[in-house]
Design a protein. Structure first.
Lengths: 340, 340
DNA sequence: TTGAAAGCGCTAACAA
DNA sequence: TTGTTAGCGCTTTCAA
């Protein structure tokens, strides 16, 4: 085939008008059986595939949703993505994914590009919760669902896990085992998960009348490297913590690497709970206790919320969906009196 | 803003013709400074964003490439994807990603959808190496680059790792340590990586005059579950293997879980090397030896090859790029006489 | 430096 | 049951 055939080519070959071809392509009925077959044959013969661009121009809808994540290499997001895709496919929606690398600038480009492409909706874990750069979406009337991180300046549906509760439970568990010198490796406090997990930590300490010690609150950036470095810092403290709570999966991995390199013995010398389950959790010795999140459900719910909005075009109130995390106690947290 | 503004709205507001607006949007010059500013102001005021659909219709290019992977949950692919995206962004290309779940049927739908959308090229790890369903792409003159798995019925550029060599080195290592009862957990033999890794295994045994024992050749499907089950089967053998080579990352994880559940002691009772590095590798005790692949480079090269083709439209000969894997020897393979 | 107008491939309203 | 035709929003040629 030389250049791509269009609907006119099909019509010519089948000896009908383009309107009739269109009817067949879109299964609208009202076409005589024989005619339809002739058209189908022509389509096959030419290898005709309709142009989404032309179609979009008429219909103003693409049946496509855009997904924006900050770091495709963080396994959390592919898992959420899988949930989104699954539901999307059921509703005959198509999904396109882009990763911002945590850069608000790239995120803005992607948003603009998604709008150009006419996505019907966007699911986003933003690199900048402030949300100014997302105003564009609002202006265009494109529904947005925020996942994992909320968006300040935008009234959008949000799917979160109860971060505070998850962190609270983890720290509570450590406290109940007798720990008092409990450190938190924080995520960025200008992100929802970073802040809320810190708040959970704080709350747990307060509820059990343990003074918050600034030396034990240490600032990471959700990256593996920073988990490593934070752990090193904690190890360098005169009075080392007896327990560590890590605010996300990547930092947990970095933390584990550091523990090993520092020969700081997990479980016996330092108890540990991390936010988010990780592959390595059950392979470590002792096995890692974690706060687990239902990634697949998060994705599914995000799509469902978005889909409702796309259907309506009207004004649903802003909805917030909060899923319960699950504390999985394995072996990496020990009674403190077993520590020495 | 009520409904999306178009180029005409901008032209009206700025009191010029749409042609002039178009010139400004596309930085074509030849517009008086003041006029340009007026137009820019109008664009900002209206929040105008040009329609990709309309643009594509005229230009027949989208500056978009499609990426198709079989399983977005396998960390290998996000890593490759990161390499692709990085290079793509440099060349101002945009990337859309879809996952087939290893279903050729879904893959076909995605391909069709990508064509409808007018992607300028496709990078694919196909769920069906036969490739009949990809003929469409060829017919439409859309360049394709195959990654990790080649495509039989299509003349396309391919980026592979030297699977056979990687497997060979792994098995050789085991042999040199004195192992003779070496098992392979195969991937599907109708896939390039599945087959080639098996061939490497076979070759190594042959070169070292070790008879291939069918009981030790066991068939998995690249999934975690199957890694688990295969390991169970091996454990059930009267004469257990003293070493296992696993053909991919997910099966390696399943295998490790099984080893633990079976209390089959890694390193001491059974040596192990896996294809593909995994997060858990360095956390296991002993640490896992693996054949590692340069995922990021694979992605980068795939995009570069594709980009060349998109530029040319002409007939480059089919190219095959084979990257060298790296055998990372850690601790999970031991001299066989240390085994007992 | 600017504008008028054709046409990209499609859908759908209207006509036959 | 089928065909004619008007746009959708844009780029680009040609003319002014």
């Amino acid at each position: 085939m030389e250049s791509k055939p269009n609907i006119q080519d099909v019509a010519n070959l089948a000896n009908v008008s383009i309107a009739t071809v269109s009817r067949v392509i879109n299964n609208q009925g009202g076409v005589r059986k024989v005619t339809e077959e002739r058209i189908l044959k022509a389509i096959k013969e030419l290898g005709y595939i309709r142009s989404a661009a032309a179609r979009t121009m008429k219909l103003k809808e693409t049946n496509t949703i855009g997904v924006i994540v900050p770091d495709i290499k963080n396994p959390f997001f592919p898992l959420v993505m899988a949930g989104i895709e699954q539901k999307a496919r059921e509703k005959e929606y198509f999904t396109i994914l882009s990763s911002t690398n945590e850069s608000p600038k790239i995120e803005e480009e992607i948003v603009k590009n998604f709008i150009e492409r006419g996505v019907d909706g966007v699911i986003i874990t933003t690199a900048n919760e402030n949300g100014d750069h997302l105003k564009l979406l609002e202006e265009q009337g494109i529904p947005v669902v925020a996942v994992d991180r909320s968006i300040k300046k935008l009234e959008v549906d949000t799917v979160l896990v109860d971060n505070k509760k998850g962190a609270y439970q983890a720290v509570q568990q450590l406290i109940l085992q007798g720990h008092e010198k409990i450190s938190i490796i924080c995520g960025p406090l200008n992100t929802t998960p970073g802040l809320e997990r810190y708040l959970g930590y704080q709350q747990a300490l307060a509820d059990y009348k343990i003074d918050l010690d600034d030396r034990y609150v240490i600032q990471g950036d959700f990256g593996e490297q920073s988990g490593y470095q934070c752990t090193e810092k904690l190890f360098g403290l005169d009075e080392k913590p007896t327990a560590i709570f890590s605010s996300n999966n990547m930092m947990t991995i970095g933390c584990m690497k550091a523990l090993e390199d520092l020969n700081w013995r997990l479980g016996s010398e330092v108890s540990f709970i991390g936010f988010d389950d990780v592959d390595i959790a059950t392979f470590l010795n002792p096995k890692l206790s974690v706060v687990a999140r239902p990634m697949n459900s998060i994705g599914e719910i995000a799509f469902l919320l978005l889909h409702e909005r796309i259907g309506l075009k009207g004004n649903l109130p802003k909805r917030e969906y909060s899923l319960a995390p699950e504390l999985k106690i394995r072996q990496s947290c020990r009674l403190v009196n077993q520590t020495f």
